[in-house]
Design a protein around this ligand. Structure first.
Ligand code: ACO
Length: 326
């Protein structure tokens, strides 16, 4: 039986840092409120000329290097993002051009903050079926260019960054053990960007009404997220006949420390076994899990044979998990 094994990880975040104290000068907020309600202290902001594919390129180069491979060795590139370079074409194709390879297929996945795990589930299926042997899976976001800097309820949350993994087919008893993806389109309006699509094409009016910025009903999203993530991780463990104590590290989507703590508490998982870096990067949507995973690998938090659980919740609404035996 073929399995998809992670053989390389990489990440990139822009240099420019925006702290909570900087935000205090922009909107009616405080470092205290942001820290208490979200756990975020600072976030990275892409440069004026940096787009999602530029960040993805840096993360992909790092992932390929750590896998000891070249771009031409990759057969499929998947990019998860809700802040791609442009509506057309796929950011994955622009990334492919930057990586200077024509040897792969390339497409995007849009599942907001769950996008990276949705992409992993697709990559896993291709590898298990024997269709592709090596896949580059990237999460990249420049959310701050879709952030309304006059809306204190959202502008304190988001940051920019990219993370990538290289997956390879293996016959060993390791790699992605299971993926679970869920969605409830009935709640799409809890988190959305109304303008710029075919519903509200770009016009002077859409710009004036600030429809090109991300809108979120944070409190309602929060409540659904806690419930959905709890049943998701319980379901994932049960189906794989594992106990909470079998999990060496939980790598959650980095949206809100309180959501992460609530999930860990309900699972009975100590916080030492939970990867946290949202204090430094904020919510980077589809990029948050691969950035956190790369940091966990580089700081020695993951060892061979460890069970690693990834979980995410985001716009759509979508939620997803991936269990990996490292
Ligand atoms: N500074 C100070 N006060 C604020 C701020 C701010 N930045 N933002 C909101 N407030 C105020 C509100 O106006 C409200 O005031 P009121 O009581 O006078 O009306 C009060 O603080 C409480 O607001 P809530 O929205 O109830 O605050 P909450 O505790 O829910 O925290 C937050 C808000 C952080 C957004 C939280 O709800 C959250 O994290 N939600 C989930 C986000 C998420 O997981 N999204 C999915 C992933 S993102 C993606 O897919 C792209």
């Amino acid at each position: 039986m073929l399995r998809a094994r992670v053989i390389g990880t990489g990440a990139y975040v822009p240099e420019n840092i925006l702290t909570n104290h900087d935000l205090e000068k922009m909107v009616d907020t405080s470092d205290e409120w942001i820290t208490e309600r979200t756990g975020i202290k600072e976030r990275r902001i892409a440069g004026e000329k940096q787009a999602a594919s530029d960040l993805a390129y840096e993360a992909s180069k790092a992932a390929l290097k750590s896998a000891g491979l070249k771009a031409k060795d990759i057969e499929l590139i998947i990019v998860a993002s809700v802040s791609g370079d442009m509506p057309l074409p796929a950011t994955a194709c622009i990334l492919q051009d930057k990586l200077d390879t024509k040897k792969s297929a390339a497409f995007d996945v849009n599942a907001a903050c769950s996008g990276f795990i949705y992409g992993l589930s697709v990559a896993n299926a291709y590898i298990q079926s024997g269709t592709y042997r090596r896949i580059l899976m990237v999460g990249t976001e420049v959310l701050t260019k879709f952030t309304d800097w006059e809306d204190r309820t959202t502008c304190v949350l988001f940051g920019d960054g990219a993370g990538a993994v290289v997956l390879e087919a293996t016959e060993e008893d390791r790699g992605i053990v299971s993926t679970k993806i869920h969605s409830d389109g009935g709640m799409w309006d809890l988190l959305h960007t109304p303008g710029g699509g075919s519903r509200n094409p770009a016009s002077k009016e859409t710009v004036k009404k600030r429809l090109h910025f991300i809108k979120m009903k944070g409190n309602e999203t929060f409540k659904v997220a806690v419930r959905a993530l709890e049943s998701l991780v319980v379901e994932t463990l049960k189906e794989n006949r594992l106990k909470t104590s079998d999990i060496a590290l939980l790598v959650p989507h980095q949206a809100n420390l309180r959501i992460i703590q609530a999930t860990a508490k309900r699972l009975g998982l100590p916080m030492e076994k939970v990867m946290i870096n949202l204090d430094r990067y904020g919510n980077t949507s589809a990029a948050s899990i691969p950035i956190a995973l790369d940091e966990a690998v580089k700081t020695g938090k993951i060892r061979n044979d460890d069970y690693i659980l990834l979980e995410a919740f985001g716009g759509g609404l979508t939620w997803a998990s991936a269990l990996i035996k490292w």
